[in-house]
Design a protein. Structure first.
Length: 216
């Protein structure tokens, strides 16, 4: 595995702003979402990130993730990976949780109940596991005595989606994908997965300090 896995959720879209489930619908960023991506890029250009000069950059092929990578300054290095596409929400695509609970199931919870006509959470986890297995094959396993690692040439950055990244973090930790319910993640947030004493760990989660003052 890489020393650090840097995760970026895409910037705001019209659907994310209104709480609508956005799976495979290719919704563009709003103007505010584009500014979020630029601010994130400015943060990653500064120390200690220094534009991640040796990192491998991967992105979901959906435009909201790819545009975030491009506006953050990584477009020429970003490689599309279909495994990083968002959960296929099936019949619940474009609907809010409030609407689903009002009209379909008053106790509905996606992490427990899933979505009709879409992917099972186990299928999303299988995509994530395949991605992680691929980068493990490329980078190898960490030394068991390592407490924290910051080797630049062992970093991977991922630009993707809210539910997908929460499931990815759960699987990095060796936990069931449903644990992603516990990992709240905002648009254009920065997170870092790394290691502690040879075990997978969360170093930073849901950090959006680079967005302070946005629109002010």
């Amino acid at each position: 595995m890489p020393a650090r896995l840097i995760l970026v959720r895409h910037g705001e879209t019209a659907w994310s702003a209104s709480g609508r489930h956005t799976g495979r619908t290719d919704i563009p960023l709003t103007e505010e979402g584009r500014e979020m991506a630029r601010l994130l890029g400015a943060r990653l250009a500064r120390a200690p990130w220094n534009s991640l000069p040796e990192a491998r950059i991967y992105t979901s092929p959906l435009s909201r993730a790819r545009e975030t990578a491009e506006l953050a300054g990584f477009g020429d290095r970003a490689v599309d990976r279909p495994e990083l596409m968002e959960w296929d929400y099936g019949q619940y695509e474009g609907r809010t949780g409030t609407d689903i609970r009002e009209h379909d199931n008053p106790s509905w919870l996606i992490w427990r109940d899933g979505v009709p006509g879409g992917e099972k959470i186990s299928e999303v986890a299988a995509r994530v596991d395949g991605f992680l297995a691929g980068i493990e094959a490329e980078h190898g396993a960490p030394h068991p005595d390592t407490t924290t690692m910051h080797t630049a040439d062992c970093e991977v950055a991922v630009f993707a989606h809210g539910h997908l990244l929460r499931i990815l973090a759960a699987r990095w930790l060796g936990l069931p994908p449903e644990f992603g319910q516990r990992l709240k993640l905002g648009t254009a947030a920065l997170s870092v997965l790394s290691w502690e004493y040879g075990a997978p760990a969360i170093e930073i989660w849901n950090d959006h300090s680079h967005l302070d003052g946005l629109g002010g």
